[in-house]
Design a protein around this ligand. Sequence first.
Ligand SMILES: [Zn+2]
Length: 280
Amino acid sequence: MRMPFHEFWVHPFCGVLVLIFGACLGSFFNLCITRIPKNISIIFPSSHCDCGQPIPFYRNIPIISWLLLGGKAHCCGRRLEFQYLGLELLTAVLFLWLWKQSNPWEFLIYGTFFGLLIIASGIDFAMMMIPDRCTIGGAILGVLGSIILSHFSKGNYIFLGGLASIRAMLLGSSILLWIAIFAELWLKKEAIGFGDVKLMGCIGAFIGTKGAIFSIFGGTCLGIVTLLPLWYLCNRKKSKMALGSSIPFGPFLALGAISYLLLFKHAVDEYCAQIEILLS
Ligand SMILES: [Zn+2]
């Protein structure tokens, strides 16, 4: 008996497939994070160890291989970073979560968005920069994605979706640009990089005005909550990461955007609707 696609989409078996797919994507994101800053193609050569040996596909199975090998390369015994396992697990869980609350189109477009955010965050952590491919390229994909989504959701016109997306892209990046300018005047050094401003444009293009504003303030709050205890501990230990050292901001913006989509979108929509009623 054949199952129609919309029934298959919500079937638990589809969830298992999404989990496996997410883990494989996480493995691919790891590769992008290591290769894009070095300007190496993300397609060729195929995966290889730091010692130069190629990794056969059966030792490159996401999550399982890392656990079976005990976090050590088979060819030379080098330690495999925990980042590899962590990112595969994280991506699998995020994609499963997204699948639970999306139709196939939303899953495709927001899944692309999550991928861009994960790669941008990983590179920002490692190199303190975000490549234009993720930010500017992402903004273009965001506008296209919004056009597709507004085409498939009822009662919305294609050009309105695209227009709203471009408006949110400009608004999100200009709010962060103003914050960056004032922060620089106040601290007398660069506090927020231009890469973050461009990343904010990409976030706005994908999740709209409310999502962009939520990501900036939510991301900032998350940043403060995470970093204050860290700074306190490091200052007490007189460690290198003292107050005033550089911290990448991109991952916090990304966290704000992802938590908006997965957790807060409905609450923000309801809140805004109530304010509109009060004002009318
Ligand atoms: Zn090796």
